[in-house]
Design a protein around this ligand. Structure first.
Ligand SMILES: *Cc1c(COP(=O)(O)O)cnc(C)c1O
Length: 220
């Protein structure tokens, strides 16, 4: 198994090639790996950590919180009743995909939370995220929530998408971000959370600012 540092250097070199101008946050998705490997990721210089389950999130938070300079991302499907278990510790929630969840975050938070809206761009049934057609209505209802700070959009491409499909999905998400920014004075989204181990090289070409990488960075 390669060290996290070796993997990080490889991914960083691709970022430098594809997207030299953009400031990219690489999020280490640690859901598959041991605590030792999480510490190794920290020691390799990674500061953004992502988890897709509440239990894993809390474990990683407890492991790394005393280092003070980590940023904690919740990236998976979030049940409303579990919001209270992470709300005091989370820096970014990438998976806001329905009004009931936004309301719960707004109610439980004691400070504005940086949120991304997860959009189902591919239209694939099994994928989470709000359908594109419903995005406007959701945005309209959450712009005024005082503890929700909408900073961007997130999407997940279906596994086994080809390059053409990935290009379509990622460029569509970027267009949606631009349209919403133009439409609402109170929203200035800066983040596009897109790109995982298999497809980040393509997401980078379409304006990704946050990559969520597990397998090829820290391992499976
Ligand atoms: C697991 C996961 C990732 C990372 O997946 P890899 O293919 O291992 O890079 C990214 N985003 C979400 C939402 C995930 O659950």
């Amino acid at each position: 198994m390669k060290s996290v540092k070796q993997n990080l250097n490889h991914i960083q070199s691709i970022i430098d090639q594809q997207s030299p101008e953009q400031n990219i946050n690489m999020i280490a998705v640690t859901k598959y790996v041991s605590n030792e490997r999480k510490i190794e990721a920290y020691d390799a210089g990674l500061r953004h950590f992502g988890e897709n389950r509440v239990e894993g999130f809390n474990e990683t938070f407890n492991l790394l919180a005393d280092k003070k300079d980590c940023v904690f991302h919740f990236i998976g499907t979030l049940q409303s009743r579990k919001v209270k278990e992470i709300i005091d510790y989370v820096d970014y929630i990438h998976s806001v995909d329905r009004l009931s969840l936004a309301k719960e975050i707004n109610k439980r938070a004691s400070r504005p939370i940086d949120c991304l809206i997860q959009v189902n761009v591919s239209g694939e049934e099994s994928k989470h995220g709000i359908p594109m057609d419903d995005l406007d209505t959701l945005i309209e209802r959450i712009v005024d929530m005082e503890n929700i700070h909408v900073v961007g959009l997130m999407t997940m491409a279906p596994i086994n998408s080809n390059d053409e499909q990935l290009t379509h999905i990622f460029s569509t998400l970027k267009n949606l971000k631009d349209e919403i920014n133009n439409k609402y004075d109170t929203i200035q989204m800066t983040e596009l959370s897109m790109g995982m181990s298999q497809d980040y090289h393509i997401a980078l070409k379409h304006g990704a600012t946050m990559l969520r990488i597990g397998t090829t960075l820290v391992g499976e």
